[in-house]
Ligand binder design. Structure first.
Ligand SMILES: [Zn+2]
Ligand SMILES: [Zn+2]
Length: 433
């Protein structure tokens, strides 16, 4: 029986520069040894093109006599075996952290084909790249250079499954399969590739997990908080048989984390517990983590005034006062499904507002994006009189599927990547395509 996947070819199309980034000037460059082909003549005479917009068309500065054109297509070879750090076509700038407060321009190198067009009077760049090359780059972008080999291998297989399953397909209407940022999977080209991460990609080439002859929708997040969350707590569409709640630990315990938050707070046997990382360089192994933070257990204070600002921002409602937070339903890991805010509205009337979904809740209780929706209100008893809210929470991210810090904890315990994967995706089968 053939294995089914969501992606229809060996290549994936990644949105790199999007109209919303509002970039109207960009520079492309490459090293002298790089073989570049494209839809304009004279590429062999240059290693640098400067693009701008002129009368709705692309103006190419860098090759004499090139007219204004509608689209520029440049390619370089993209077999995973050919890749190395900074291999490919260098683009400056590319936006990282799109839409978040840490958004910033960076410059990145890409293998494969780049298609540069104009949309909404801004530059748009889509990278069509071999899936194996893409997966190698994603695994590196998600991990640090010092990551143990089994963690890199696990992350590489997961990134491959996620890409081939293409279950989310958020961007098809925009003309590409995935974007380059945390909205899909973070992809920063070959810029940070190491020998180590390339080896993981080549060694696991074609390896995927399947369930019912379908490549699995391999969700993952940074830190589950002790219990892996169920798919249907976070997303619509019912339960997924291999994305189910389980203790992220060597031994399963009876019950779920949701049964007793204090018990969960004190639980430190999980693979992702901070006690496992006391003597390791977490940033070196997990890439861009905020090393000052603690993700397994955290506390955050927010003023009620700032929550009311968010209420206005996300719902349009203007309230005079916030008096209470009623948590209505949680998933097994303790992540909140929905809650109500209680307060006094513009007219001085008692009001309530539902805040639903993990995403909506994380937005509402933070100026940027709350670590997770698995929290309790620590000052619940005095909340009506306090001018702030203290949240006590666990984990970072949605918590479904592979827990990246838990996988790191397992790899540090010398657990093989196939065992790591079968822990997080129970009931799946490992195959090589
Ligand atoms: Zn996306
Ligand atoms: Zn975990």
């Amino acid at each position: 029986m053939p294995i089914s996947s969501g992606l229809n070819s060996d290549n994936i199309r990644v949105g790199i520069v999007l109209p919303e980034d509002k970039i109207n000037r960009t520079s492309l460059s490459w090293s002298s040894g790089m073989k570049i082909t494209g839809n304009i003549p004279g590429l062999e005479t240059t290693q640098n093109l400067d693009l701008s917009i002129d009368a709705g068309k692309l103006r190419i500065n860098g090759i004499a006599g090139t007219p204004l054109i509608d689209q520029l297509i440049l390619s370089c070879p993209d077999k995973v075996e050919n890749l190395s750090a900074e291999y490919g076509i260098h683009i400056d700038p590319v936006i990282a952290g799109r839409g978040f407060h840490w958004e910033k321009p960076i410059s990145v190198d890409f293998p494969g084909e780049l298609k540069i067009t104009i949309q909404d009077e801004q530059i748009k760049i889509v990278n069509t790249v071999n899936v194996e090359a893409y997966v190698a780059c994603v695994a590196t972008s998600e991990m640090g250079a010092e990551a143990p080999a089994d963690l890199l291998a696990a992350q590489t297989v997961v990134a491959r499954c996620w890409s081939l399953a293409l279950a989310e397909a958020k961007h098809l209407s925009e003309g590409f399969d995935v974007c380059n940022d945390d909205c899909c999977q973070r992809y920063q080209g070959t810029s940070f590739l190491t020998e180590h991460s390339l080896k993981a990609a080549v060694d696991t080439k074609g390896e995927v997990l399947i369930y019912d002859n379908k490549i699995i929708d391999a969700r993952y997040s940074k830190n589950c908080g002790g219990m892996v969350e169920a798919y249907d707590t976070i997303w619509e569409g019912g339960m997924v048989p291999y994305l189910i709640p389980l203790w992220d630990a060597p031994k399963q315990r009876p019950g779920y984390a949701v049964d007793d938050f204090d018990d969960l707070w004190n639980y430190d046997e999980a693979y992702c517990s901070s006690k496992r990382f006391e003597s390791v360089n977490l940033a070196g192994m997990l890439g861009k983590v905020d090393v000052s933070g603690s993700y397994y257990r955290w506390e955050q204070t927010m003023s009620k005034a700032d929550i009311l600002k968010n209420l206005k921002k996300y719902t349009g409602l203007t309230w005079q006062r916030l008096d209470g937070i009623r948590i209505m339903e949680r998933g097994p890991s303790s992540r909140i499904k929905y809650l109500f805010l209680d307060g006094i509205d513009q007219k001085g009337q008692a009001a309530e507002q539902m805040v639903k979904s993990e995403y909506g809740i994380r937005q509402m209780f933070s100026e940027s994006f709350l670590y997770s929706s698995a929290f309790i209100v620590k000052n619940d008893a005095s909340l009506k009189d306090d001018d702030h809210v203290v949240l006590r929470g666990v984990g970072w991210g949605h918590g479904v599927g592979l827990c990246q810090m838990g996988a790191l904890g397992m790899a540090l315990d010398n657990i093989n990547y196939k065992k790591i994967l079968s822990h997080y995706y129970p009931g799946t089968t490992f195959i090589k395509l």
